[in-house]
Design a protein around this ligand. Structure first.
Ligand code: 5GP
Ligand code: MG
Ligand code: MG
Length: 183
């Protein structure tokens, strides 16, 4: 798949699987009355993580999705966010876990958390598969982090470049020729 486009595998399919189980166990342990968690997945990047994570949780959870778009270039976000698809349900009084693919600047998440907090959930936490070093510049409370990764553009397991590579089962970096060929 995508022969020659991937420069290196940063996190293997096996490593992702193990980490998803570990995170699910951690979240479940921290919520003794679990069975009442409401997962909010952020489309589209978090879809693979969300579905694997939900199935790894030992107790039932409900699944909701939001789609947001950050104004700015395709590789960096501005913090100005627009809701493309809102939640279908009221989250007031619910124990909400936002499931994210990656936190880079943290601007998108920071905006999203303020927005969700204003809807009065009982609790509001974040579980992200990946986090980049710049994320520390914005004070976003992230309780669960899968992997801290270097400041490189990554694709796979939900993450895209120009809508491609989301279906890779691992996380990798792209060969620079992909950026320059205008694929
Ligand atoms: P932030 O607001 O934290 O800077 O940006 C978060 C969003 O930018 C992520 O949800 C993701 O869509 C995108 N993003 C940030 N870093 C990467 C990356 O390395 N690869 C890909 N494919 N998307 C990224
Ligand atoms: Mg995301
Ligand atoms: Mg993208």
């Amino acid at each position: 798949m995508y022969d020659g486009d991937i420069a290196s595998v940063l996190i293997s399919e096996r490593q992702i699987k193990d980490k998803v189980s570990e995170l699910a166990k951690q979240v479940d342990d921290d919520h003794p009355q679990s069975g009442d968690l409401l997962l909010v997945g952020v489309l589209k990047g978090a879809v693979m993580f969300m579905t694997d994570f939900a199935r790894a949780l030992p107790h039932p959870a409900q699944l909701e999705f939001m789609a947001v778009s950050s104004y700015g270039s395709s590789t960096s976000s501005s913090g100005v966010v627009r809701i493309l698809k809102d939640l279908d349900r009221d989250i007031a009084g619910k124990n909400v876990v936002v499931v994210e693919d990656i936190i880079d600047s943290g601007l998108t998440l920071s905006w999203l958390l303020k927005n969700l907090a204003s809807r009065n959930p009982a609790s509001l936490e974040v579980c992200t598969l990946l986090r980049k070093p710049d994320a520390v510049q914005v004070d976003v409370p992230v309780r669960y982090v899968g992997f801290d990764i270097p400041n490189e553009f990554v694709v796979g397991y939900g993450l895209d470049y120009a809508e491609r590579y989301r279906d890779l089962p691992y996380i990798g970096t792209l060969d620079p020729k992909v950026y320059t060929s205008g694929a």
